[in-house]
Design a protein around this ligand. Structure first.
Ligand SMILES: Cc1cc2nc3c(=O)[nH]c(=O)nc-3n(C[C@H](O)[C@H](O)[C@H](O)COP(=O)(O)OP(=O)(O)OC[C@H]3O[C@@H](n4cnc5c(N)ncnc54)[C@H](O)[C@@H]3O)c2cc1C
Length: 410
């Protein structure tokens, strides 16, 4: 009988890499294996639509750890290998080459994959998705070649790709069925700010229309929209959201539903199996419901919480959701969770592109976004967490320090 414990991490993204780091930091001295379908050691994805895509940052910038880190910490990397079968009762994981690994604790960090559009021409050459560094390399080659691009979907990925392509001098048309970019998260008022930013940079923004087909002889040559327009292009980038990769968990009989269902300690309903990052739909103590967050900070912080849970810790993951985006010279941070709100209050004029927007329900702040205003996100997060009543006038007044609106100042 082996006396050494084995921890296995399925998925070599940010959540998996940070979990591995924490396991060692917290003193886990057993066997550790990361199974990663991509041929790269764990890396971070945000640069793939920004500086890496534009060729302003090299490959070394994206990795979570130096190459030697894994050997130095006795972490076995199985790169380019997929886990295909998980048996939680027998505590056994099988890889695509038949290798079986017995484990004591297993963490699912299988992430998410881009949705494809189920329309004619979706498989034509030049219809691109963006998730991996290989995808970003392929897209960068298209940017290098120049010409014109159609971006389908003005969510975060689509908006950032449109910005990067414009910055590289391409002609860019964005097709978005909603009325403004990023409408689902930001709503019409703040989404309009982003519409204007793109328009100012020369992006042709076709909102309120969808895509019916991609057409071309072997390679995409044009996009046909649902309102009958034909858009000639050299390539297309589809950014219409992602789906959590739950197949392994589902096949193992682990509870899923918009991701792998986990409690606030990131534990699944299968003993010894945990989940973190984009794939985890985790009970959130602050909101008393499950949230699945598809953002960098969530992967960064959930990985360590899951690792501590694997070692028997009882930390809860209760951070206010947070993400950032950079488009042209406009940087932003958004914190909070606002599925519905009744009004938006601005501190500063959105037209100057240096402002804070707050989403409120009743007299509580649900979310806040600082645009080209820095070092305020922690204070905004404290305000959201405190759930104290706030006055719209004081919230909007730049002379009232945000700290005064929070729990201590209120
Ligand atoms: C282009 C791009 C830009 C982004 N920009 C931002 C940003 O500006 N701000 C922000 O907050 N967030 C951003 N994000 C989101 C952020 O990158 C993700 O939230 C984060 O990558 C999630 O990390 P993860 O480890 O949970 O999953 P992932 O990064 O998806 O990693 C999961 C890994 O698991 C592997 N895997 C899956 N199934 C298996 C299996 N069965 N066996 C073995 N391996 C498997 C996958 O191949 C993948 O490598 C961006 C994402 C992309 C794609």
């Amino acid at each position: 009988m082996p006396t050494q414990q084995t921890s296995v991490i399925v998925g070599g993204g940010l959540a998996g890499a940070k979990a591995a780091e924490t396991l060692r930091e917290e003193g886990f001295d057993g066997r550790m294996v990361i199974v990663a379908a991509e041929p790269e050691r764990p890396y971070e994805r945000p640069p793939l639509s920004k500086e890496y895509l534009r060729g302003e940052a090299g490959r070394e910038k994206v990795y979570v750890h130096e190459e030697a880190y894994y050997a130095d910490h006795d972490i076995e990397l199985r790169l380019g290998r997929s886990a295909v079968d998980l048996d939680p009762e027998g505590r056994r994981l099988t890889l695509d080459d038949g290798e079986a690994i017995a484990y004591d604790r297993l963490l699912l960090t299988t992430g998410a994959e881009p949705r494809r559009l189920p329309i004619p021409g979706a498989d034509l050459d030049g219809v691109l998705l963006l998730r991996t560094v290989a995808d970003s390399d392929a897209l960068r080659a298209r940017l290098d070649a120049g010409g014109s691009a159609v971006v389908v979907g003005a969510g975060w990925i689509g908006s950032e790709v449109a910005a990067s392509a414009r910055q590289r001098g391409l002609e860019v048309t964005v097709v978005e069925p909603l009325s403004v970019p990023l409408e689902r998260v930001l709503g019409p008022e703040v989404g309009a700010v982003y519409r204007d930013i793109h328009a100012d940079h020369g992006v042709r923004m076709l909102t309120g229309t969808g895509v019916e087909a991609f057409e071309g002889d072997g390679a995409v040559e044009r996009v046909r929209t649902t309102d009958g327009q034909e858009l000639a292009c050299d390539f297309v980038v589809v950014g219409v959201g992602v789906e959590p990769r739950t197949r392994l968990a589902e096949q193992a009989g682990i509870a899923t539903g918009n991701g792998v269902l986990v409690d606030e300690h990131l534990q699944t309903d299968a003993p010894g199996v945990f989940a973190a990052g984009d794939v985890a739909n985790a009970r959130h103590p602050l909101y008393a419901e499950r949230l699945r967050v598809e953002h960098w900070a969530n992967a960064l912080h959930q990985g360590p919480v899951a690792a501590r849970a694997m070692l028997g810790g009882r930390d809860s993951y209760d951070l206010v959701p947070y993400f950032f985006s950079d488009q042209y010279d406009v940087g932003m941070e958004y914190a909070g969770y606002a599925p519905d709100w009744d009004r938006v209050v601005f501190r500063g004029d959105p037209a100057t592109r240096e402002f804070i927007a707050f989403w409120l329900s009743g007299d509580r702040v649900l979310a806040g976004m600082n645009v080209n205003v820095w070092d305020v996100s922690d204070t905004i997060q404290a305000l959201i967490r405190a759930r104290v009543p706030v006055d719209d006038g004081r919230l909007a007044d730049p002379d009232v320090p945000l700290e005064e609106l929070g729990p201590a100042g209120g």
